[in-house]
Design a protein around this ligand. Sequence first.
Ligand code: GLU
Length: 569
Amino acid sequence: MFRPILIAVFAPLALAACTSTTAPIESVSSGPVGGVVSAADPRAAEAGAQMLRRGGSSTDAAIAVMLALTVVEPQSSGIGGGGFYMRGTPEGDLVTLDGRERAPAAATPAWFLDASGAPRPFGQAVLTGLSIGVPGNVALAAAAHGRYGRVEWADLFAPAIALARDGWVLTPRSAEFLQLARNRAALTPEGRALFYDAAGEPLPAGTLVRNPALAATLEAIAQGGPDAFYRGPMAEAMVQVIAAATPNDAPMTGNDFATYSAAWRTSPCGTYRQYRICGMGPPSSGATTVFAVLKQLEQFDLAALGPASTTSWHLFAESQRLAYADRELYLADSDFVPVPVSGMMDAAYLARRGALISATTRMANAAAGTPPGALVAMADGAEPVESGTSHFVAVDQWGAAVTYTSTVEGPYGSGHIFGGFYLNNELTDFSLVPEQGGVAVANRVEGGKRPRSSMAPTLVYAPDGTLVLVIGAAGGGTIPVQVAKALIGVIDWGLPIDQAIALPGLYAPGNEIVVEEGSPLLTMRGALEALGHTLVERRLPFKANGAQWLGGQWIGAADPRSEGVAIHP
Ligand code: GLU
């Protein structure tokens, strides 16, 4: 049977949870308080759990996780980047908050073009100030805390400050990133001093690292609030760092920081097999892509097929191809471009798209469709592949659930450091080319615009309306696929969330299927090829975190591919 095979294959791959490296964080109260925190790093999860123990809300916990991740997982996320936050309650309240980075007001569609009009190579663009957007996480945290916080603002920062000041132990995964992304992590003297030895070699796993500059930055924001970040000396100094690294004439200004705000947005929702799936709308492609992948499969009896069936994985790949074709054409910042969100989630439209999928052969051509309300036909852009990010969830004793994805985009963002944290490279999530064949690309750079994202914080309600699942993932373009896969695992295959997250995965946004290195799905290679697919085996950046309402309590889960943990305080 499939499940035992799965466990056997994944057990050796699972990294041990790094509880032995966890910095001690004092618990304020003792005894179980209920709720859960799941995050990609145990120290960050503990920072969130500490907020729940002292009577904080899931919003407090999620913000404390975001801040602690800035310290302990600098390759993935932090206050130098942005994110998307969603909150749902058992009473049915649902909000999303967009803390996505914004391009400088002076940016134009030619932002990434050189003097000859050609797009700069991605590797070059990332390491310049061109890739850095105004960070959104601090504004997001302040807006969310203003509505839903119960713990004092300054107290949210205490665990992260302690980690930065007293030190944290580098995990194997972090040490590996210092090796793999050396060009970014060690771009500046500050980065080299933090994470490399005198000979220029990355510090090994197990090293205690201190970051006093970051402790001071966090202390300043803890005391001064978001204005300490977006106005005054800190903002001016950041602007200078960014402008000095920007080869264009119109770099970031203090006004770009001063005018930044996080935006409350409506969550697009749709029904898949009687479960209500709610996600993050534009500028994220999360909600529409997750939902399309699922809804296009509704005509097939995935429950009967099960996870051991090649047909299940073939259908999953075919649905991805259709969903990603639509996302490439239509998704961008809806403050700038009309995005047909409700058309892309429309049941009749997705049934028509799903009818293009055959259970017995691969579609020759998975082209984009024309969702209802699509007024503007734009060109497919040329966005570089993303890989980074951290997802976390928190549920509090009142049952309010937060699902929050935070990112600096690629590993260590742009590589430029300020105040002990890495500044993002989120603007390379824009298409580097503004048009194709004279037709504008929806996701081209524009002044003040937010780049399209793949991040997909998601909430699921059972047929009786109960909030039953909160989930999200890291890993660039693979994010919607990871979330959709876990939802199929839970809804169609009846798996608990930990097993649904641990399920093997494949990623098919284009013409080939990428299968995880060493995946049990590789045993299906011959059968998938016989259906017409081309398979590529590659390491995929899967890293999901979630929680499920199961048996009268919230159960957290972290991806066995990661160092993540769930804590039930
Ligand atoms: N920048 C990416 C996005 O917003 C996320 C990066 C990643 O997860 O690797 O979609």
